[in-house]
Design a protein around this ligand. Sequence first.
Ligand code: HDE
Length: 713
Amino acid sequence: MKNKNSKKENISQKVEQLKDDTWKVEGSTMKTNQGLKINDTNTSLKSGERGATLLEDFLLREKITHFDHERIPERIVHARGSGAHGYFELFEAIPQYTKAGIFNDTSRKTPVFVRFSTVGGSKGSTDLARDVRGFATKFYTEEGTWDLVGNNMPIFFIQDAMKFPDLVHSVKPEPNNEIPQAASAHDTFYDFVSHATETLHNQIWLMSDRAIPRSFRMMEGFGIHTFRFINEEGESHFVRFHWKPVLGVHSVTWDEAVKISGADSDFHRRDLWEAIDAGYFPEWEFGVQIIPEADEHKYEFDLLDPTKLIPEEMVPVKVIGKMTLNKNPDNFFAETEQVAFLPGHIVPGIDFTNDPLLQGRLFSYRDTQLSRLGSPNFHQIPINRPVVKGHNNQRDGHMQMEIPQGQTAYFPNSISGGCPHLSKMAEGAFGSYEERIDAKKVRTRSESFSDHFSQPALFYRSLSEWEQEHVVAAYTFELGKCKLDHIKERMLYMINQIDNDLALKVSKGLGIKVPKKIKEPVNQAIGADADVSKHQPIAKKNYLDKSPALSQANTKFVSIATRQIAVLAADGFSMKDLSKIKSALEKEGAMIKIVAPHGGTITCDEKMKHKVDAAIMTTESVLFDAVYIPGGKKSVKTLAENVKYIKFVNEAFKHCKAIAADNEGEEFLNKTFVSGHMDDKAVIVNGKASEFKKAIQQHRNWDRREVAERVPA
Ligand code: HDE
């Protein structure tokens, strides 16, 4: 994965284009926005040394006015995000399904810009909120820009765009006191979702480890909706899009998430930035699930329903390409903040379906950019500009950056020779799929959208034991934070529709019985005149016992690249021990960090000085994937005298991480909770570096979890 040397050759067409708008601070002269050289930027113009400031001071006014307007509205959802540039490569052309250039030409490297995000929190909120993650990709293709604006979960909360504002209002901080920030654990969210049974599927994903990823680089991505592929013959296939991280799908525990939020609320942002900066470029395989038109009604669920996934065991994911992120943005605001994703940005060969959530999104995203970026010319902002130049008769508006010449701005015209002229379909023009529609105009929902319990149950059944325990703990925590008992009861009733065992376990934690009945109909997400009985969810079905692809226990455990290894050491540590581990793990791409009693340097037993990466009081165990304690009598004595080192190891043990120690390092372990558990398979004492590597690669030793729970940290 380390790819430093090829950094240059992978600079994309988009990055090249951005160079025209990029400038360096180094070597530049300070001037006003009108180009006047500035002599003093610290003092305003006054009437006398102690006198009033003069209105005349245009230098002061220009500086302050710009500052006053430096903020734009944050995104109403997905406000907190991190972006990176990269490229997409196609391994296998699929002309039988689509005519899209990006899926036909294996020699292309299509530039991309990706923005990862949390959903509910404000721009400055923690990265480790229990939340869905946004995974939005802008493909700058030769036929125009395609935006795949997805999430890290394959389904969404609601089936109809009309309910989106209600969903978002319920999860955002409550309107009277603006509490809580970046958290779903409050009454209004569970009040809403307990009245809208369609939300249960995404809700149970939100309770799973997927909602607290270890890294953006270790998350899957999904386009969610069913889209269409259109081939040269004009034939259509249904398609769902998937991103699969090369590093596998890994998460932190909730206890870590809470602590990381305090120790480093930029944890995911920093992780992405540092990995790219170090030349460890994150990669995702790109896959498609293809369904022939003829199979539209073959499944137990409706393909147009965005609360349903298509199990990979029923329709396999065909991997056809790979995305690599290889460049950090130069400027957060200019690129990551101003990038505007629109699900409506598609290219010939890709088209929409009638998924009612997707249809609503096609309206929302352009609209929101108008208030966020303030102008219909937002496509001219460098990060949003396509790599193919385009012209039309749209003119003027706030911040028009281009100078269209000529007398005409209409079509048809004769004065400009009919230009900008139209393209023939054979020349690659976009045309919508000619779907046959013969229907009444109605405000209702299809009965085929009424199965709200089968897939949450399938998801829960498919999880490993430890994942199920995390779901129980998450529901217990979240509902425990709610104040109103009737909301908890409704939720228990809903959870019971998914799985009785799950409901009983959560009910125990809440100290509330699972109700057999509730007063109102369970699904109130219907119109006042609607026939209530018609809109109730149907009973749970079981059309697939388990979908192993849904469990993180079945992900890849192949690499330790970019894993953060804390070396607990002080003056006198054994150089030989550290060298053994360091060379073996660094060779595999792990990041070895010396955590010492103080900053600066420490001296090993061979009298050499070593740079300290973090002083113990500036860091926390939760920021690392594994811990190593080298030998060295003096070093180990110093560690043992500092209770924060004991806590450091205890926490790593609590979070089921790999721990290794050599020689006197073992004595230190004996002072921690690890003593008495030296036979744990992820505790390696005086072992081989390869054993430690294997344990780190496994991400966590979940077999330890019962003991780990007893660690008082
Ligand atoms: Fe979004 N969503 N969304 N959403 N969404 C926005 O657009 C909206 C939905 C997603 O990094 C907003 O530019 C509606 C599903 C991502 O810039 C806004 C509905 C999925 C991002 C908006 C949905 C998403 C957004 C806010 C229901 C996964 C961040 C700022 C009909 C497939 C993109 C903005 C970025 C952002 C509306 C549902 C993903 C308000 C109305 C389903 C990743 O337009």
